[in-house]
Design a protein around this ligand. Structure first.
Ligand code: UDP
Length: 483
């Protein structure tokens, strides 16, 4: 019989595409029986980043292994209007359903599974019609998986016109977590009256049709939530699909053999004492206005701690990606001179993974994207959460209230996630002050999580075992598409 293939359907964004591809590679590396990967590429609606993905594909194809095949789907016009990312992704993916179906139907080998991205369950229909197994891959946490699975019931439990924020309950019940304040829910659940909310719940409901849910987390990071999902507590007693925790899936740039010159940020860190620097970085899209940047500058100055701050400027009108920070416009006069030697402000994308790996870094102020969280824990770096959107407020809550790896900070979600200088100073001192109880606790927990993450991916570790279990399920379930 021909070697079965796993069909991956990632969302076009680089932050989805690359981690999903990496997960595919790990499947190939772990599987006891032969498998191939077929990636269905939905063209990027924003052409600016398409080239980044094209470059990844080119590199992968050039590796000559030939077991990952890329199939480019013909472009369709994206939806012109939408009320949020959940709606946009769901509807855009839905437009691709006929093409996904045709591409899978054309495969001449057995299909082990069609694995769709977080809000792409509209594509399940294509898999069902061809009678091949459908899976979901979450590049985010098990807590997010629990919330998605729980969302249809939460929706029914709340009166039609009432928002979670207006509910009398003492927080939203997500089994396995302490009650979640409504102010910490992902943006998709903020307003029940708009379509994006309905799409969030729609996807959560359709997760129940999956043959399995693959999550980029580690069993030891989120044991209570995973236990609650497995017990059916998130799905009103009904058994949820099998959850496979295969993380942390962190794509590290392969070594070329030649020693590349260290980045300026890394060279600067080389001159700093161990665990003394707080690193501030806000993902691929985080940027600040001058008034907010001034507050950060004052907070850093007053904290007295060493810092490495990635400061990007607001996107150009009509675009979403941050610009390189204009430090003269963004920073208070004299700030760079006054902090010279103990601080570095970097205005462009920085090599975050290398920075977090550096011994001089003692803490991380993060926007709480899940990749950033995993990268921080992989290196045992405790955090201060400064969420800016998407599911980041929810991640921030779990870091503090469930995992205990972060010191909380007051972020004013209603004022564009504003943080004042005084609050940042307080949080930084709590995170970095050696003698402090909070600092000691989060540092210890972060080190425990580092050990857990590293052990998980070793032979016999939890993620390694889960990957094998997933491979086995995929191979056993492989079937030729019914045409
Ligand atoms: N990143 C980086 N340098 C930067 C900002 C981000 O290398 O200056 C990387 C970071 O290491 C992570 C990814 O971009 O791998 C961000 O992913 P995450 O899920 O944390 O956030 P998103 O950008 O999707 O909001």
């Amino acid at each position: 019989m021909a070697t079965p293939t796993v069909v991956l359907v990632p969302v076009w964004g680089i932050g989805h595409f690359v981690p999903m591809l990496e997960a595919g590679k790990r499947l190939l590396a772990r599987s006891a029986r032969p498998l191939t990967i077929t990636v269905l590429v939905m063209p990027e609606p924003m052409s600016k980043r398409a080239s980044e993905i094209a470059e990844h594909i080119r590199q992968e194809e050039a590796s000559g292994l030939g077991i990952i095949r890329f199939h480019h789907l013909p472009a369709v016009d994206p939806p012109t209007d939408h009320s949020g990312i959940e709606e946009y992704i769901s509807r855009y993916a839905q437009l691709y359903a006929p093409q996904v179906k045709a591409a899978v139907a054309a495969l001449t080998c057995p299909v082990a599974g069609v694995v769709v991205d977080i809000f792409c369950t509209t594509l399940f229909d294509a898999a069902h019609e061809l009678r091949v197994p459908a899976y979901v891959y979450l590049i985010t946490s098990a807590a997010m998986c629990a919330l998605l699975l729980r969302s249809p019931a939460l929706d029914e439990e709340l009166e039609a016109e009432v928002e979670f924020e207006e509910s009398e309950e003492g927080g939203v019940d997500v089994p396995g977590l302490p009650p979640v304040p409504a102010s910490c829910l992902p943006t998709g659940l903020e307003n029940r009256k708009i379509p994006t909310y309905k799409w969030f719940v729609y996807n959560g409901r359709r997760y129940m049709e999956a043959s399995g849910i693959v999550v980029n987390t580690v069993a030891e990071l989120e044991p209570r939530v995973l236990g609650a999902i497995a017990d059916g507590q998130c799905t009103r007693g009904t058994r949820a699909p099998s959850v496979y925790t295969i993380g942390p899936v962190i794509p590290f740039t392969p070594s070329t053999g030649e020693k590349a010159a260290a980045h300026e940020c890394v060279r600067w860190l080389d001159s700093q004492p161990p665990a003394s620097v707080v690193f501030l970085c806000f993902g691929g899209t985080g940027s600040f206005t001058a008034p907010q940047a001034h507050e950060i500058a004052h907070g850093l100055e007053r904290s007295g701690h060493r810092f490495l701050w990635v400061l990007r400027g607001q996107p150009e009108p009509g675009t979403k990606l941050p610009t390189d920070g204009n430090l003269v416009e963004l920073l208070p006069a004299g700030f760079l001179e006054e902090t010279k030697g103990r601080g570095l402000v970097w205005p462009a994308k920085a090599p975050q993974k290398e920075i977090l790996a550096h011994a001089a870094v003692g803490g991380f102020v993060t926007h709480c994207g899940w990749n950033s969280i995993l990268e921080s824990l992989w290196h045992g770096v405790p955090m201060v959460p400064w969420p800016l959107g998407a599911e980041q407020h929810y991640n921030a809550f779990t870091l503090v209230a469930d995992m205990g790896v972060a010191v909380p900070m007051e972020v004013d979600r209603k004022r564009n996630n504003f943080v004042g200088a005084g609050e940042l100073e307080r949080a930084l001192k709590a995170l970095m002050d050696d003698g402090g109880e909070a600092a000691r606790k989060v540092r210890e927990r972060a080190m425990e999580m580092k050990a857990a993450c590293r052990k998980a991916v070793e032979e016999g570790g939890s993620s390694s075992v889960e990957l094998q279990r997933l491979c086995e399920a995929l191979v056993v379930g492989a079937v030729l598409p019914t045409k």
